[in-house]
Design a protein around this ligand. Structure first.
Ligand code: ZN
Ligand code: ZN
Ligand code: ZN
Length: 323
């Protein structure tokens, strides 16, 4: 245990926005561009890392730590937890993949600042909690910039929600009217437009089709190796354009017990398009067609995850803080 006293504090948790049973309006930020875990040349809107857990008993008490793997795909970086799990077969260590999305929570939060200048945000669940926060001098702020962290199960649930969003056409959408339905008709090569898969004649299975747009494919006509272009058809217009995750506000909740919890848009909650989203009577509309509401615009920025997690990613972090 060397240097524990001067070892910097890990503040990564301060930027995390937790989902809970109460729906929270989440705006995903279309600015972050991060190299994917499998292939750094593929850019994705989330930062992905392996996260270890260490579960042990110390002094008769349960001892649990969760921390990022500094190694990832880089074989030159050493990671004590990886060595324990994969070489020594130590059952106390486990690993799972996490995806970190920059988001804005479009809700009222109460902000307090401690003596070190660290900001702490609380979203009151009851009127009594709200009164207590106000009495303590917490400052009400609308909107909070941070990240949500999703494991594979939660990510796949989010992708199912995104599929529903992407089945709506934003080209012919009108306020107050139900958006028209879109469906993918074919996938083509981005370089030469050759059709790679026609959905009417494809022999791919349902699962293969689901992952098809997210994998690189080699074009037999021009040899280009890249993500395919999706060609849609709209039930109402000739210039179909699928809505993206970033075009909408998702009222997201997490329900169920820890390991079997589900990310969802609860029944009765509506996904709204950004330019149809009334934030709060005091604040107004989220997006006016050109700009985000001034209450939100300064938060519409990518997050520097390497910086947020810099302490956890230090190669000596595990020696000092975990083992
Ligand atoms: Zn590791
Ligand atoms: Zn091609
Ligand atoms: Zn349309």
């Amino acid at each position: 245990m060397g240097g524990g006293g001067s070892f910097p504090y890990n503040n990564a948790f301060r930027s995390e926005i937790f989902l809970d049973s109460e729906p929270q309006r989440i705006l995903f930020i279309d600015k972050g561009s991060y190299g994917s875990y499998e292939d750094a040349s593929v850019k994705v809107p989330f930062w992905e890392k392996a996260r270890h857990s260490f579960a042990d008993t110390r002094g008769g008490k349960r001892y649990f730590r969760s921390f990022l793997c500094p190694k990832g795909k880089d074989r030159n970086v050493s990671c004590r937890a990886c060595t324990m799990q994969y070489e020594e077969n130590d059952q106390r260590v486990s690993t799972r993949r996490m995806k970190y999305f920059p988001v804005i929570s479009l809700e009222w939060w109460y902000k307090t600042t401690n003596k070190y200048g660290d900001e702490n945000f609380v979203r009151p669940k009851t009127p009594a909690e709200k009164r207590r926060l106000e009495a303590e001098g917490a400052e009400p702020v609308f909107g909070r910039h941070g990240y949500i962290a999703l494991g594979n199960g939660h990510f796949s649930q989010l992708m199912d929600i995104v599929d529903t969003v992407a089945s709506q056409c934003i080209n012919c959408m009108e306020p107050g009217k139900k958006p028209s339905k879109l469906f993918p008709a074919s996938y083509s090569c981005g370089a030469c437009e050759t059709v790679l898969e026609d959905l009417e004649t494809t022999s791919l299975s349902g699962d293969e089709l689901k992952s098809y747009p997210y994998r690189k494919h080699k074009c037999s006509a021009c040899g280009n190796h890249d993500l395919p272009v999706v060609n849609h058809e709209c039930s109402a217009c000739d210039d179909p354009k699928p809505a993206e995750l970033f075009d909408v506000v998702l009222p997201l909740a997490k329900r169920g017990e820890n390991t079997s919890s589900t990310i969802m848009v609860p029944p009765g909650e509506d996904v709204t398009f950004i330019d149809h989203t009334e934030l709060d009577p005091q604040i107004g509309i989220l997006f006016d067609g050109e700009n985000f509401n001034p209450a939100i615009a300064p938060m519409y920025e990518a997050l520097d995850f390497e910086k947020i997690f810099e302490v956890e990613l230090r190669v000596d972090y595990q020696d000092v803080r975990v083992f």
